[in-house]
Design a protein around this ligand. Sequence first.
Ligand SMILES: C[S@@+](CC[C@H](N)C(=O)[O-])C[C@H]1O[C@@H](n2cnc3c(N)ncnc32)[C@H](O)[C@@H]1O
Length: 494
Amino acid sequence: MPNLYWKNKDKFKKSKTFKTRISYPFHILESIRNPTINKFISNNELIQKNTENNQNSLFKVNGWDNLLIWGDNRDVINSLIKKFSNKIKIIYIDPPFATGGDFKFKTLIGENDAFEVTKAYSDTWKGGIDAYIEFLYERLILMKELLAEDGSIYVHLDWHISHYIKIIMDEIFGRDNFKNEIIWAYPAASAKTRSFFIRSYDVVLFYTKSDDYVFNDDPKIYMEYSNRVKNALKKDEIGTYYYRGGSYNGKKLSRKVYIQENGIFPRDLWNDVPYIRANTLEYQGFSTQKPERLLKRIILASSNESDIVADFFCGSGTTLAVAEKLGRRWIGSDLAKHAINISRKRILDIYNTNDLINWEKKYERRPHPFKTLSVNKNLQDKDVKFEIKILKDKNKASIEFIDYFVPNLDLIENKLKRKILSFSDWIDSWAIDFNSQNSYFNVMWISYRTPKNRKLDLTSYPYYYEKAGNYLISIKVIDILGNETSQDYEISIE
Ligand SMILES: C[S@@+](CC[C@H](N)C(=O)[O-])C[C@H]1O[C@@H](n2cnc3c(N)ncnc32)[C@H](O)[C@@H]1O
């Protein structure tokens, strides 16, 4: 079989780093299990919703927490192999495309419409395309170890590099396990070129690990009929398509003939999934964010409820949000701290997003418990300081946020500083652990800003201590620049 060679491939395959599986311990940064969130739910409602959510829990796997991991995915996957080898049903990745550019995200500021565009991650490769291929090659080999025998991998790329990666996918996963080259075609309205044809599709390479794999013929993944077919059909009062026709004894009739399915089994050309728009609930202001509808089709087709879905380049957390809403367990990782922050808030706020099965409805369920982990020691930004006030009344305590100080203010661009009208405009989220005991942070209360709801609460809900004693309250703040810091306070309850 033909193989792809790039600079130093042989040297790399013989190298120590390629052979040794270095497994770093994970550090648990925080545990998030039904924290109180002021902004969209009252306390009574919250208790009721939590109970409902636990009762209708989509997956019933005891002791499982979904995982959001901050770190280079080579380290992350190496560290997951011991526990998750052959266990993951779908790996979807949307790595940088080797575009040679920087990707941006919008830093939203305060409650108004102010924002600054900030670099999200760089897609430039010092060693050129050879370095990029080596980067992905090494990681794809590791991912194969995690994939279940009946699992699937989807690799999202575009014209820059997909032709090379298809050859290395053949090498790693086997040519026989290639299933589709999915073309996700979207309208390229803003393209300016007049010197070649407008590029208007991405490529998703779909491989399985073996020939015995999960693939569901589920009407929920079907494509809608084309307009031509729809125009030829009629819809009854409840929206089911039919046409007039049929025959009896060779005679033509004109009775209603119902169409069994409301769509057709998908082809490999997906032109029914629109690009993300800023006015949608799923929009995160992350420039390479992919649509939830794309992941919905992939996840419903190649996994079942409770299966584990992983995305090691998770960005704004699209795969994780879709897996969450479809009742799959999920593991996500990203190298960029702000991508982890966006994903974390996206999952926390999942209650307010579209339901994937009935898009007109809101999802209105709280997320399953999840943990944020890191492969590096938690690096706190020590120079950040903030002031709070503890409001204590008998066995009840709440926290008021008073002030926030960003370090090295003179290094921050003036155009950003000018948009800051109050200290709270610096803050993107803050969380409280009212009874800090563990080496990690237990999020009991949190307030955060999202692209659609910019409000931040500066006073927390009260926490009721059941017993007298001395407690440690830990408060964690993440600012709009990505600085993260926490401070601890002692409190005595009589
Ligand atoms: C194209 S974006 C993914 C977008 C995502 N599919 C979404 O819908 O938001 C690629 C992501 O890969 C991350 N990334 C790049 N190199 C990485 C590495 N070595 N380990 C983990 N993440 C990495 C970047 O930080 C970026 O967030």
